[in-house]
Design a protein around this ligand. Sequence first.
Ligand code: ADP
Ligand code: MG
Length: 283
Amino acid sequence: MDDSQRVSILSEALPYIQSFSGRKIVIKYGGSVMEEDKLQKAFFRDIALLATVGVCPVVIHGGGPEINSWLNKLEISPKFENGLRVTDQKTMDIVEMVLMGRVNKQIVRGINKTGSLAVGISGLDGNLIQSRELGDGSHGLVGEVTKINPELLEPLISKGYIPVISSIGSTSDGISHNINADFVAGELAAAINAEKLILLTDTPGILEKKGVTGSLIKQINLKEARGFIDKEIVTEGMRPKTECCIRALAQGVKAAHIIDGRIEHALLLEIFTNAGKGTMITA
Ligand code: ADP
Ligand code: MG
């Protein structure tokens, strides 16, 4: 790339920077981005760049691979149902330690190293995420969001800190729940009137034919997204993702994106370029 190309890329980003400056963007960090060193570093730089140009990123993370690896070390086998983890108390203890401790602080450290400043919190802090047992309780200590109390975030965001939130919620009697980070991101985006919700994952986006990269759906509306769920085009882990995009859009978020975290700087490509890379769902 020569200098004139570099400059024209910067220039292409200008209208996006202007329209998103001062706006909140909720980003769910997950999948292979979390595992690969090079992708992680690029992600942290992307977050720092967003914050530096005046966009207010809020990061929500799960802990997928890291949780499984600690459960393996402790010989507790992970269980899944409809793409969601089944969590008993023993598993929950590990989930809390890994998510609120190791994973959360690793993200904070990574962002801080770029020169921007992150603050790591969980859904317990400031009662940010209130939860109850999901459905009929068959997933154990897996929760669903009942209420978001975003007051804690405002002073952080207005001082320029980047909130990094682990997807654990609590009942009013202090029972912790492990919540799918996609759901938390969707509800949080709605609660803070975010401009965008962005979910990073391990596929190019929503694929019309499972496993076929060329069948990527670039843009759909809320109704079409519902149709994809009904027709079971979207299944497994993509289902909760699509559902939470729909819920966020129905509550006023302008656009939801499902993007490929395996592409370096996927986040910047999606936010600051004309083409975008993944699936964009609009109201
Ligand atoms: P994450 O760890 O990012 O939450 P998940 O594994 O939970 O990712 O969800 C993404 C997975 O959903 C994909 O890897 C794929 O196997 C599955 N999936 C099901 N239906 C689709 C679809 N229509 N398009 C893309 N992925 C799909
Ligand atoms: Mg998932």
